[in-house]
Design a protein around this ligand. Structure first.
Ligand SMILES: [Zn+2]
Length: 269
């Protein structure tokens, strides 16, 4: 994963800028404080130990007594099979052996891929190792969009300050253009570790800890709808977008934080 360290601190007395980019030291302190708050809430370890096992298929054997055929079908856990089209003749329907006339086709529902459930399972599998050790391939797609529509504006990484022209600034997140007071959603399930005013320019800010070193943050919000310690599911509304803090227009500054350092959010979306 690419990780760009911040060098240098913007002068507090300088012109207001579109984005905030605090020094590495102050930023790490702030993130560490946020994480300390998280640990007192018990963290997310329980989320990693419970839930539906991901990936392992559930084998279902069906013997077709009428034809003598035996089928072994693999379906994802949690996916129910529909045999409604079969003309079941005996009360043994609730058992594993199902009888059906030979000329009646039996169809199996195709699992719906890309659902929130599958994405949650993918993230749980991915975070069995520390977030800092997750490969780019494994990370891709494990977080979902924090807005209904993603309209990318300023990207993550080194850039020239759009207002001062100064070089050497690191943009710590991905910006999405969006009107103020638009719903902002949790990119994955987790626990709120920060909800309030961000002293380094983020304005109204929410941070969600997803476990094992992975957090996301949502900045410049006009209002916040969650509290520290609150458990969230993927897609839960956490706030309304805004332009608070070091911002000159309505947008969402979205960060992905791995072990207290920001990384490119697009690597996880
Ligand atoms: Zn930004």
């Amino acid at each position: 994963m690419s990780e760009v360290k911040q060098h240098g601190r913007r002068r507090a007395t300088g012109p207001s800028s579109h984005e905030f980019a605090p020094s590495a030291g102050s930023r790490r302190d702030a993130l560490a404080a946020e994480r300390a708050g998280a640990s007192s809430q018990g963290g997310l370890s329980h989320l990693l130990r419970t839930g539906i096992a991901n990936g392992a298929g559930q084998k279902v054997g069906i013997a077709l007594a009428a034809t003598g055929l035996a089928l072994a079908v693999t379906v994802p856990s949690g996916t129910s099979m529909s045999l409604a089209s079969a003309d079941l003749e005996s009360p043994a329907a609730s058992e594993s052996v199902v009888t059906a006339a030979a000329n009646i086709p039996i169809t199996f529902a195709t699992p719906v891929l890309g659902t929130a459930l599958n994405q949650d399972g993918q993230l749980r599998e991915t975070l069995k190792v520390k977030a800092s050790n997750v490969t780019a391939q494994a990370a891709k797609g494990t977080l979902s969009a924090p807005l209904k529509t993603l309209d990318e504006s300023s990207p993550f990484g080194a850039r020239i300050n759009p207002l001062t022209g100064a070089a050497g600034e690191v943009h710590t997140g991905q910006d999405f253009a969006v009107q103020c007071s638009t719903a902002v959603f949790a990119a994955a399930g987790g626990t709120v570790t920060f909800a309030g005013w961000h002293q380094y320019g983020g304005g109204n800010r929410v941070v969600i800890d997803h476990g094992n070193g992975l957090s996301t943050s949502y900045n410049h919000l006009s209002s916040i709808g969650v509290k520290v310690g609150q458990k969230l599911e993927r897609g839960d509304q956490v706030a309304l977008s805004g332009t608070t803090g070091a911002s000159t227009g309505c947008h969402l500054h979205f960060e992905v934080i791995v072990d207290d350092a920001t990384v490119d959010p697009k690597g996880w979306l």
